[in-house]
Design a protein. Sequence first.
Length: 144
Amino acid sequence: MISYRKANSTDLAHVLRLLQSHNLPTADVPGHFDHFAVAVENEQVVGCIGMEIYGSDALLRSLAVDKQYQGRQIGDQLYHRLVEEAGSQQISKLHLLTTTAENYFAKRGFALAQRDRSPQAIQSTSEFSELCPSTARYMVKSLK
């Protein structure tokens, strides 16, 4: 049975391996790990999601589900938990960059936007400025 919880320090190595297996950025994950959640089965991390908070904006990042567990709505559960957490943190907008999941996030209310019009705090993140290619699609969703 899959359980969901806030990530803890013992999950970091597992999350990094999971992200690497999906070719997602990992270099700056440790610095933002306090806002990550994980899906776990038999004490094994099988999914993760995170966000970086900048005032009323947050950068959604690192949504990944182990390939053996895909198709079981684990990603949806993680996403909904992140949105709940964002609401409790008074986040009004979620931002993200993606090279592979544009359709997934569009179905969840994200809209394409111009990358250079994102808030300065979001533009200044490692994800925006260094880790994601310039071809990544920038998407935004208002939560309020």
